[in-house]
Design a protein around this ligand. Structure first.
Ligand SMILES: [Zn+2]
Length: 146
């Protein structure tokens, strides 16, 4: 029997700026915003392009595989994942329109800090949360046989 998910009781708090991101995650999609003016991607969600301050944007699907950019091991006894250490990673995802990649943070599951080599391929999976929501999570691609 597997242990209960450490994130199963988390509740996603979102607003009108980030609702698209969480709706996408619930549908198994990793989404970012694409600026209508400079055409660059951005994340985390927000109302204004951080590159050119434009207000018009569209939703862009990201590939469900990326590259590990940075990782940290968290030791936080007061967290919902109390009693365990966990990894938080920043991964880069290719802009399929040829622009600069976009970076997204998530937990890196199923790996130790020693196994989390910068530049390693990661895949995204979506962990079900209460209320029909889902939380994007990373996993080293090699661990899934990819
Ligand atoms: Zn822009």
């Amino acid at each position: 029997m597997s242990a209960p998910s450490p994130t199963a009781d988390l509740v996603v708090a979102f607003d009108s700026d980030s609702a698209f991101y969480w709706d996408g995650a619930a549908d198994g999609r990793l989404l970012a915003q694409r600026c209508a003016v400079c055409e660059r991607l951005w994340h985390p969600p927000g109302p204004v392009c951080p590159h050119c301050q434009a207000l018009d944007w569209s939703i862009a699907d990201l590939p469900l595989s990326g590259e590990l950019y940075s990782v940290a091991e968290i030791h936080e006894p007061g967290s919902p994942i109390q009693g365990t250490n966990y990894l938080v990673a920043l991964a880069e995802f290719t802009d399929q329109h040829g622009g600069p990649p976009v970076r997204i943070a998530a937990n890196l599951r199923g790996a130790s800090l020693a196994e989390a080599t910068i530049g390693a391929a990661v895949t995204v999976h979506f962990e079900a949360l209460a209320g029909g929501r889902a939380l994007p999570q990373f996993q080293l691609a090699a661990e899934r046989g990819q």
